[in-house]
Design a protein around this ligand. Structure first.
Ligand code: GLN
Length: 546
């Protein structure tokens, strides 16, 4: 196995995750198999407990890991399926070392950052070998110069010595800002960042320079000279219109060629036709549709990353551009839903936690149901659709989810006390007091679809596997009552104990699912529910125009 390590310099948010994913895409297009790892310097054991405002979306894998959102990019850009071994944090590394220390594994020795923490990091990297891929792409979170990332950088420095020079490439992502008053691209931040990296003992092989305009040969020569890299290893990472263009831009700059040369791997020429077609479809669609996303973290695109991408993919499947209108559910609470969703073609209520804006989301759902606007409820969105239906159609006054009102007379959504965990294949019991961490239903679960349903017509298959991340569930006690009132349960767990999908018959497109379909959507394989939802929104728009 060969290894590519990606570090970042100057400042965060330069798109290291997308760069890593794009390199993966290019390597796959050359016929190599890849795998990824994200090493995050923060102390949280995983991002599961972090506020999406701070950290962005928590990406959930098939095997039930709560991970960094970059793993979402890795899956979307390649054929890979990520899991627990693809994301580690300082917290998880220290946790494991301290557990060993308590167990007496270190036989009385002094436990230190070097070698114990660095060895632990290297053993995490080596876990990737189980995948048997040709190439592992490892992204170090944070920015070079942070105190927190030092042990990771030291570990990857040692790693090259351990496995041999010809098996490792270091790529550093920096910023080359264009300064208007000077009319110049400035290379100084890059020089400083590389200097910082070299002081830790890592000499980058390739520099990815994030910039607004193409680096001229002169600028490249200057960077090459000051940073001691070859000139053809200075790559322009120019801003693009759609993120799916990044692999193509990198290829034009010769990045994939340079990598295979440095690693001494022989591959075929890359096949990039599918990427070119994808970018063309995204940039030049023939139709357009507007979707209202009614949520809480609406002002932060990062917290709905996979959702936004899944909507783009759904648009792609229908040759349409999807304009997303973020609507703050608290606004709907105050203003009422009618005005805010008046000229949209579909309403989507995504997943979420916490009681803020809940009644606003319920209002938005009622509005979509009554006005027959295509409605898609995901996780919390599905739970609130059940609440709305219970209150307003089945006339269960005061119905709610136990999450928001533990004393509701009709707990149509409730906290499950025990369930069969599909990952460990064991029954899990929830401790009443300990409600956080380890008690969520996480990861992929099977679901059986009803033949005559919207879900089946979208998926065209009986059994699906979708990813979960929630504590509350549909309360089967209300199965009959709500069923008689017209709610359809079109997706159930194989043992029929869990309701996974609800639908309404007298509505052009109304579907709520307990799982998060957005995590499995890929640009090359748009998720069937998103494709079907966008199609319904297009139809709705057509009908309204007529
Ligand atoms: N808060 C809800 C629950 O825990 C929904 C979670 C979600 O939307 N992911 O069940």
């Amino acid at each position: 196995m060969k290894f590519i390590f990606i570090t970042g310099g100057v400042l965060s948010s330069l798109g290291k995750g997308l760069a890593a994913a794009s390199i993966g895409a290019l390597m796959e297009s050359r016929g190599l198999s890849v795998t990824f790892q994200k090493l995050d310097p923060y102390i949280n054991v995983d991002p599961g407990t972090m506020n999406p405002f701070q950290h962005g979306e928590v990406f959930v894998t098939d095997d039930g890991a709560e991970t960094d959102l970059d793993l979402g990019h890795y899956e979307r850009y390649t054929q890979t399926t990520m899991g627990k071994k693809n994301n580690f944090t300082s917290g998880s590394i220290y946790y494991s070392v301290i557990t060993k220390e308590r167990r007496g594994d270190y036989l009385g020795g002094t436990v230190q950052v070097i070698p114990h923490i660095t060895d632990e990091i290297k053993s995490c990297i080596n876990k990737l070998r189980e995948d048997g891929a040709d190439l592992a792409i490892i992204e170090i979170g944070g920015t070079v110069g942070d105190i927190e990332s030092l042990p990771f950088l030291e570990a990857i420095r040692q790693f090259r010595v351990d496995v041999g020079k010809e098996n490792v490439v270091y790529i550093h992502l920096t910023l080359v800002p264009y300064i208007k008053v000077a009319g110049e691209l400035k290379t100084k931040p890059t020089q400083h960042s590389v200097k910082e990296l070299r002081s830790i003992g890592i000499q980058p092989d390739i520099l990815l320079c994030r910039t607004e305009r193409y680096l001229t040969p002169e600028v490249k020569a200057k960077i090459a000279h000051f940073c001691d890299v070859e000139q053809d290893a200075v790559i322009t990472a120019k801003d693009v219109e759609t993120i799916y263009e990044v692999p193509l831009v990198f290829h034009k700059e010769g990045l994939d060629e340079k990598i295979v040369k440095l690693l001494n791997i022989w591959t075929r020429r890359p096949h990039l036709r599918a990427w070119e077609m994808l970018v063309d479809r995204i940039k030049n669609p023939s139709k357009e549709v507007t979707i209202a996303v009614v949520g809480k973290y609406v002002n932060l695109r990062e917290s709905y990353k996979s959702l936004n991408e899944a909507l783009v993919h759904g648009g792609c499947a229908n040759d349409a551009r999807v304009l997303i209108r973020y609507i703050d559910s608290e606004e709907v609470e105050k203003e009422g839903g009618e005005e805010l969703v008046k000229d949209v073609d579909g309403v989507l209520v995504p997943g979420g936690f916490g009681s803020r804006g809940i009644e606003g989301k319920i209002k938005a759902i009622k509005n979509a149901r009554e006005n027959k606007i295509p409605f898609f409820g995901i996780c919390l969105g599905m739970q609130l659709a059940v609440v709305e239906f219970s209150r307003n159609v089945a006339k269960l006054e005061g119905a709610h989810s136990e999450e928001f009102n533990p004393h509701t007379p009709y707990p149509v959504i409730y906290l499950m006390r025990e369930w069969f965990d599909y990952q460990s294949q064991k029954i899990v019991y929830r401790d009443e007091k300990c409600d956080y961490g380890g008690t969520m239903r996480l990861g992929a679960y099977p679901c059986i679809l009803e033949n005559d349903s919207l879900a089946y017509s979208a998926y065209r298959t009986k059994e699906i596997f979708e990813r979960h991340r929630h504590r509350y569930e549909f309360n089967k006690e209300y199965f009959e009552t709500l069923g008689e009132a017209g709610l359809q349960f079109t997706g159930l767990s194989p043992d029929k104990s869990l309701v996974e999908i609800v639908e309404l018959k007298d509505h052009p497109w109304y579907l709520g699912c307990q799982f998060h379909p957005e995590f499995k959507s890929r640009p090359m394989a748009p998720h069937p529910l998103f494709a079907s939802f966008i199609k319904a929104a297009l139809d709705y728009r057509e009908r309204n125009k007529a």
